[in-house]
Design a protein around this ligand. Structure first.
Ligand SMILES: Cc1ncc(C[n+]2csc(CCOP(=O)(O)OP(=O)(O)O)c2C)c(N)n1
Ligand SMILES: [Mg+2]
Length: 322
């Protein structure tokens, strides 16, 4: 892979990681009053995705959607302001971390209801097909969403109508505190389930940027050429607690050994090592990338903290069901 592409992936990856970790650092100030589901540890798929997706493509996501919003080109200042509940937020400060949307870049929304964005993403795929427009619809989902009824409906409809939809399942082994073993039959693979529903489907290591790139690139180019929907299951792992800024390895639903096994796979440091091995002279350039991102993110937090809350008079604005 060309050095420039590797650096672009690194830039996006470092940016997402910095934002998630700064959210964690600032959360205990009690100024963000919405729940946050951080993706630290499992951001590699989003970082690579950002370097392949086109602006005209649609994307929808889940409660753990910061990385997807950013990777699709969502506005950082509006996301941080939203999480602080401020009027300049991408949902005018009324949605919080789990209701991100940026129509300027076709990020069509994330929702808190597990599985709920899948039919929206499929509907967007249908609209592209009916209007004969170029573009794809990307649906991000977690392994837990596979247990919702709408999973089958969404995949079935996309398969029958041969829609330009790509389902990206980030399997981080857990739904809240329940591991896959207690939720889904032993030895049943998620990607095989999708295949049985009638969608071309594969599994990929979600902790290796190069493998992710190859897999996404091939899949996306096939669907762009009209080959119908696809499903990719990426194996990955979240570092922090299900919801909130802390680590929760003390509460017993997963072992420290398991956590450390996955932590060692950190795809961000792996990518940095790869770039420096390929071209040791890049050290300074990577440091500069890191410094400018840290500055951008710091300013964004400062900006959000200084903003106004939505006015009382805007309470019923943008509300569709009264
Ligand atoms: C329909 C529905 N059921 C249950 C919940 C509670 N809930 C919130 S997040 C979550 C876990 C979902 O797991 P997964 O899809 O694997 O995503 P992850 O949190 O691992 O990213 C659950 C069960 C919900 N929000 N919506
Ligand atoms: Mg999960």
């Amino acid at each position: 892979m060309k050095l420039n592409l590797l650096k672009n992936i690194y830039r996006e990856f470092f940016r997402i990681r910095t934002i998630e970790e700064d959210l964690a650092k600032n959360y205990n100030d009690q100024k963000m009053r919405c729940p946050v589901h951080l993706s630290s540890g499992q951001e590699a798929v989003a970082a690579v995705f950002s370097n392949i997706v086109k602006k005209r493509d649609f994307a929808v996501s889940t409660h753990r959607g910061h990385a997807h919003y950013l990777a699709k080109g969502g506005n950082l200042n509006k996301m941080i302001a939203e999480i602080y509940g401020k009027e300049d937020g991408c949902s005018s400060g009324k949605g919080g971390s789990m209701h991100l949307i940026d129509l300027d870049v076709n990020f069509m929304g994330s929702t808190a209801i597990v599985g709920n964005s899948m039919p929206i993403g499929v509907g967007l795929g249908l609209s592209l097909k009916i209007k004969k427009q170029k573009g794809l619809s990307f649906v991000f989902l977690g392994d837990g969403a596979v247990e919702s009824g709408v999973f089958y409906e969404a995949l079935n409809f996309a398969a029958v109508k041969k829609l330009p939809v790509i389902f990206i399942c980030e399997n981080n082994l857990y739904s809240v505190y329940s591991s896959l073993e207690v939720r889904q039959p032993k030895n049943r693979k998620i990607y095989k389930l999708a295949r049985e529903i009638g969608i071309k489907s594969e599994h990929c290591d979600g902790m290796d940027s190069l493998k992710i790139y190859k897999c996404l690139k091939r899949t996306i180019s096939e669907t762009r050429r009209g080959k119908g929907p696809q499903f990719i299951e990426f194996s990955t792992y979240r570092w922090r607690e299900h919801c909130g800024p802390n680590y929760d390895n003390d509460i017993g639903y997963r072992t420290l050994k398991e956590f450390e096994f996955w932590k060692k796979k950190d795809p961000l440091s792996k990518l940095k090592k790869l770039i420096l091995k390929k071209s040791p002279g890049q050290k300074k350039s990577l440091i500069n990338i890191e410094l400018s991102i840290k500055k951008e993110v710091k300013e964004s937090f400062q900006r959000a903290k200084n903003m106004n809350f939505p006015k009382k008079s805007s309470l019923f604005k943008d509300v569709y069901a009264k």
